[in-house]
Design a binder for this molecule. Sequence first.
Ligand code: MTE
Ligand code: MO
Length: 543
Amino acid sequence: MTEDEKEFRNTRGWTRPASAALGGALAGFAALATAELVSAAVRPQSGPVVVVGGAAIDRTPAAVKDWAIRNFGTDDKLFLQLGVLFVLAVFAIALGMAALRFRRTAAVGVLLFGAVGAVAAISRPDSNGLSDALPSIAGAIVGAVLLLFLAGRLALRGPASEGETTAPESGPASGPPAGQGWDRRGFVVAATAAAVASTGAGVLGRALNGSSGRDAVASRDEAVLPAPVSAAPALPRGVRLRIPGISSFTTPNDDFYRVDTALVVPKVNARTWRLSIHGKGVRRPLSLSYDDLLRRELIERDITLTCVSNEVGGPYVGNARWIGVRLSELLSECGVLPPSRGGPADQLVARSVDGMTIGSPVEDVMDGRDALLALGMNGEPLPFAHGFPVRMVVPGLYGYVSACKWIEDIELTTFDDYDPYWVKRDWARRAPIKTQSRIDTPKPFARPQAGPVMVAGVAWAQHRGIDKVEVRVDDGPWQEARLAAEDTRDTWRQWSLAWQAPKGGHTLTVRATDRTGRVQTERRARTIPDGASGWHSVVVTVD
Ligand SMILES: Nc1nc2c(c(=O)[nH]1)N[C@H]1C(S)=C(S)[C@@H](COP(=O)(O)O)O[C@H]1N2
Ligand SMILES: [Mo]
C-alpha cells in the first residue's frame, strides 16, 4: 500500500466516523459519570437518569404505566432507567458524528441535554432547588469539553484537506505530521484517558451514592420498637393451611410486593425526621419526631395491603403484622373531627419525602378501624423500601389512597380542594378494596396427575371479611371450598378444595363472598380507575 493510499484510508475510511461515534459515546459516558460523582456530593436523587426517569414516570399516561407494571412488574424502574440510558447513548453517538463537521454545534447539543436534566431536577416534587441541577450541569460541561477536544483530534489538517473543516482551533501544535490526515494517536490517547477517568469517576460516584444513606441506616439499626400496649392476638389455630404452593399467611418483608414511583428508595434519617399535621379543622397543629411516636401507645395489627394496579390473579397483595400509632388518636388530639361530626375536612392528604401525595377519606380513617401510622413491619422497623421511618396503613383502602410511605406531612383538606398524585392521573378519588380471590395452586398450565389435586389460594375483602369461597371446574356447579380460620376481617383468608381431577384440559375458577353477603362480581374491570374485578381462572392439563 502506498503512502497515498494510507492517507486516503486515514481520511476517507470508516475509522474516522467510527472514532467520531466513539467520541460521542465517550462524551456521554463522561457526562453521566461526572453527574454521578457530583450527585454523590449533592444527593443521590439528583442524578440525571433518576430525575429524567422520575419526570418520565410522572408524565407517563396511566395506560402505559399500567402496561409497564404489568409487563415488567417491579422491574419496571430498571427498564425505565435502561430506556433513558439507551436514548442518551443514541443521541451521544449522533452528536459525536455531527461533531465531525459541526464541532461547536455538537458541543452546544451536549449542553442542551444537560439543560434538560437540570430542569427535570429542579422541577421534581422533592427537589432541593438549584443545587439539584448541579450534577446535570457539571456533567454536560465535562461532556461538551471532551467532545470538543476529541473532535479536535479528528479534524483533518494539512493542505489537502479542502472540503472538510480544517478547524483552526483544533488541538496542540504537536499534532500529526503536516499532511492530510487526523490525529489518530492523539485521539486514541485522549479517548483512553477519558474512558479511564470516567470509569473511575462513575465507580467512585456509585460507591459514594451507595453509602450516602449511612445516617439513615444507622438510625434504623438503632431503632428499637417498644412492646405494643395492644398486641395483635396470637394467630388463631387453623389460619394456615399446610398446602404446597399456597401464599404464606404472613408475607415475609423480603417477599412483600413493592409499588411506588421512587427510582431511588428514599433513605430517611429517623433522628432528624419530623411529621407535621395541619390544615382545615386542625385546632392544634402537631409536629412529631420519631421518638415522639415511639413514646406513644403502640398497637400491633395484622393488615393485608393491596395495590389498585393488581390484576385479577395478580401478585400485588401481601399480609403483614404492623406496629404503629392509631392515626385517629393523633387527629383527635389535633382537634380534627370527621365530617359526620361536623368537621370541615373530608380528605386527609399524606405527603412523602419524595413528593408523593396520597389522599384518604377522613371519615374512614376516624371510623374506628385500625388506621395506622406504622413504624414496624413483621417485627422489625419498616424496611426502607416499605417506608422507613413511618408510613400509613389503612385497612380496607387500596395503597394509593391510604398507604403513604416515607410520610412527612399530613394535611387536612377537602376532596374538592385538592387532587393528589394518582387522582391527577385519572385514578379514582375514593377506592375501597374490591372483594377478590386468587388461585395460588395449581399454577396456570400446570400438568397435574389425574386423581386428587389440591386447589388452593387466598381471598380478601379487607375490613368486611371473607365468608365464603367457591370453586368451579369448567362449567360445573360451584363447590364450596374449605376456608382457613379467619385472623381478622382486615386480613386475607386461605382456602382450599380437594379436587378429583379427571384427565384432560380443565378451567378452574374461584369466587369469594364477603361478610356483607355480596358475591365477588364476575364483571371484568380494568385496574384503572378503581381496581380490577372479575373471577380468577387457571387452565390446567391433567395427565
Ligand atoms: N411515597 C410513596 N408512598 C406510596 C407509593 C408511592 O409511590 N410513593 N405507592 C403507594 C401504592 S400505589 C401502594 S399499593 C403501596 C405499596 O406499598 P408497598 O410498596 O410497601 O407494598 O404504597 C403506597 N405508598
Ligand atoms: Mo398501589
